[in-house]
Design a protein around this ligand. Structure first.
Ligand code: WQD
Length: 339
């Protein structure tokens, strides 16, 4: 049985990707130590697909426990590696935990991929690797600037580790650089579960709208943009998920060895914070209680993707627009309130 190992499979993007992989005929297992996610995601995946997905509650920095997954599942032909800490602010407070967790787990997984011939390796990267880009929209060739946080540095270093491994060993690797994943599966069976007060824009919006938060702040309206607020490339999590299935199919069909390719996963549309809020208000009918506040340290003014390469080479096309992103995020928040 050809099996795909999804690490971080109980997480936001991991769970949505497992759904898409199953819907496209793949056999999937998950490895998630549940430190940043709940295994309730597995019930959601089963509700959508009818499939029970096995999760190995394993810390991937534990080499022996990681190898045991491969010993028990000899048919693993590919790995999609999501499992990592990803909070920018937390990475500044705890850099060594980020380097240890994000990099040790990656190295152990790559060693297992080589040893057990799981030759298709897809790495969860981020637009954060671009830092503050010299020009936008960014292509895969846009030079990377110094990472703005230890989190961003672990993604830059992770890309280098994957690239160097594929130079020496017969792996077919793909680096996927996500822009800003938002929204939830239309069924509301799975979605984003921020831990504590949400740092990201869309969960801050939906938690304020539902009353979990009294208000929220727009971090800066004095930037050199069309309305003064920052520009980002918000992309629906289901579009991100399907890109992983296409990347895996692309890798299997190409059947290359010693290869490493990079793809931007963004819509190509730059949206300001205020435009995102306006889109939410339009689809939800809720007047959002927000304040115009000061800039947030570490924020870059604007970034959005040139996604031509993924469109042309993976045959990928984004299905969800901004209003659907906001609507599914809002429906997910409302479903949480009923649980
Ligand atoms: C978007 C915009 C904020 C909250 C981060 C990571 C990135 C990726 C996505 C992992 C910014 C503004 C936010 C709020 C606001 N994560 N904002 N009020 O910072 O672009 O990217 O998350 O891969 O690596 O860096 O996303 O959603 O935090 O912020 O005004 O309450 O929304 O200032 O301009 P960001 P974000």
């Amino acid at each position: 049985m050809q099996t795909i190992l999804v690490t971080g499979g109980c997480g936001y993007i991991g769970a949505h990707t497992i759904v898409d992989l199953i819907e496209h005929g793949f056999e999937v297992i998950s490895a998630d130590n549940l430190s940043r996610a709940s295994d309730n995601s597995l019930a959601g995946i089963e509700k959508i697909t009818g499939k029970k997905v096995k999760n190995y509650k394993v810390d991937l920095t534990d080499k022996l426990a990681t190898e045991n997954i491969f010993k028990e599942n000899p048919g693993i032909i590919g790995i999609i590696h999501f499992a990592a800490y990803k909070a920018v602010g937390e990475s500044v407070e705890q850099p060594l935990e980020y380097y240890e967790n994000n990099l040790f787990s990656l190295v152990h997984l790559l060693k297992m991929a080589v040893k057990y011939n799981a030759k298709h390796f897809i790495f969860s990267s981020s637009c954060t690797v671009y830092g503050n880009p010299e020009s936008i929209p960014v292509t895969e060739e846009t030079p990377l600037q110094t990472a703005a946080s230890p989190y961003g540095a672990t993604k830059q270093m992770g890309e280098t580790i994957v690239r160097d491994t594929a130079f020496t060993y017969p792996l077919s690797t793909i680096l996927l650089r996500y822009f800003n994943p938002v929204g939830a599966h239309p069924s509301t069976a799975i979605g984003e579960l921020p831990i504590g007060r949400p740092q990201n824009l869309v969960p801050a919006i939906t938690q304020t709208a539902i009353g979990k938060l009294p208000t929220m702040q727009v971090h800066g309206t004095d930037y050199d943009t069309r309305d003064g607020s920052c520009i980002r490339d918000y992309i629906h999590v289901c579009d991100i998920a399907h890109a992983h299935t296409l990347a895996l199919q692309y890798s299997i069909k190409k059947n290359a060895e010693k290869s490493c390719e990079v793809f931007n996963l963004g819509t190509g549309n730059g949206i300001t914070v205020l435009e995102a809020i306006q889109a939410f208000e339009k689809v939800s009918g809720v007047k959002l209680n927000y304040e115009l506040g000061p800039r947030r340290a570490g924020d870059i003014v604007a970034i959005y993707a040139n996604n031509d390469k993924a469109v042309k080479q993976l045959g990928w096309n984004c299905k969800y627009g901004l209003e659907e992103m906001m609507l599914t995020a809002w429906q997910w928040e409302q479903s949480l309130a009923k649980k």
